[in-house]
Design a protein. Structure first.
Length: 240
């Protein structure tokens, strides 16, 4: 039975967005059932702006912390650092701890944490939620249609088929067995999902736990969502 939820938020130069991200997380955690403890960790990763200070100010009554990372790390290691911090704060057994991952340019929806928890309590070890764009990333109708086709191709008989680090839940005991995110510079979310499946853990796609993420074309991850959107726009000639 899951009794604790830890949320990890990597952030590099996200002072403008991390406050809204944390306020949304706080609202989602307040909607968890009684008896569920929780903790949040923002990993301020090599920031040149006041991301860490903004995050600390935004926590308010949230049980949260900021881990300042000044060394050169991959995004996988940054997420793993956040996981270690929230687990240390929670102090609950791995089998009773649900780890949730999102991003600082993302706002979770009010029922986000509760939906992930419900799936974990059904016996799933990993849950992949959906990500909606905060705004159209292009004024070109053909470009937007290409993006819809990308989402359509991902769909499987098991669900929406997409995996985002901005919306991922993993039970801590399963996370430990496969070695966490690991030192990956990109694609750490898909790699973790793949290894969980190979290890025989139960995974599911959850459409009822969406997040709203930035539609920017230049993101922090070299091959993340922003790179995909930029590539689609460039292919259509809609990026100057």
């Amino acid at each position: 039975m899951i009794t604790a939820v830890g949320v990890v938020v990597p952030a590099r130069d996200e002072a403008e967005l991390v406050g809204a991200c944390l306020r949304a997380i706080g609202e989602a955690l307040r909607r968890l059932p009684g008896g569920i403890t929780h903790a949040v960790c923002v990993v301020a990763d090599r920031c040149g702006d006041p991301t860490a200070a903004v995050a600390r100010a935004a926590f308010g009554p949230l049980r949260g912390m900021v881990a300042v990372n000044e060394s050169a790390r991959t995004i996988g290691e940054v997420r793993d650092l956040g996981v270690a911090r929230v687990r240390s704060s929670l102090g609950t057994p791995a089998a009773r701890t649900l780890l949730l991952s999102t991003d600082a340019d993302t706002r979770v929806t009010p029922g986000w944490a509760r939906a992930h928890l419900a799936r974990a309590r059904q016996g799933y070890h990993a849950i992949a939620g959906t990500a909606e764009l905060s705004a159209p990333f292009s004024a070109s109708a053909p470009t937007l249609l290409r993006y819809e086709h990308v989402l359509d191709r991902a769909r499987t008989s098991e669900g929406h088929g997409s995996v985002y680090g901005a919306n991922l839940g993993v039970r801590a005991d399963a996370f430990d067995v496969v070695g966490g995110f690991g030192p990956r510079a990109t694609g750490e979310d898909h790699d973790l999902w793949r290894r969980l499946g190979q290890a025989g853990f139960h995974r599911c796609y959850e459409s009822g736990a969406p997040v709203v993420t930035s539609a920017r074309l230049h993101g922090r991850a070299p091959d993340g969502l922003a790179a995909l959107l930029r590539g689609l726009a460039e292919d259509a000639g809609s990026v100057a």
